[in-house]
Design a protein around this ligand. Sequence first.
Ligand code: HEC
Length: 151
Amino acid sequence: MSRIARIAALAILVVATTGGCAMSEEMRRIEAQRKDKERREKGMTTDLTGQEIFIRSCNTCHPGAKAGMGPALNQLAEHFPTDDKLKKFLRTGVGAMPPQPKEVINDQELDNLVEYLRELKVEAPPAPKPPENKDDKPAQGKRKKKKRKGR
Ligand code: HEC
């Protein structure tokens, strides 16, 4: 073997072994990441009960289903005669009432929540209506256009 060939062979050997080592290191890292992700995703498939969801996502504004920042939830039958209507409302929200997308409340949890809401017995009287303040409502969104000084 010529000197050059020997050096080349040695070089290849070195690259193959150290490269291989780095490779398995990388694979171990990827595997660890995958397991980590799996664990995290398992933790996120919550399927919480209706009451758990309510406490987590609704109670701040509808404390004990009574009036707080939001109204008391004691007229659901009148306002949302069907579960579909109630679900649609919850998914989309209105005004200060935030929407509840699937990433936050999955379909199973929404079913649980609606069942829970239907069983609520709220004794409190309906919340007094907050004063109408049209200028403040974001939904109406009538913004004055800034006038540019033409030049
Ligand atoms: C940030 C405060 C806030 C949170 C959190 C919130 N709501 Fe509301 N909710 C409101 C407000 C404000 C309204 C009144 C909206 C309107 O009509 O302008 C409302 C209205 C409602 C209504 C309609 C009541 C009716 O009889 O017309 C229902 C039902 C309701 N919320 C259920 C829920 C549920 C269930 C959750 C949890 C998933 C929730 N809300 C979370 C503030 C909130």
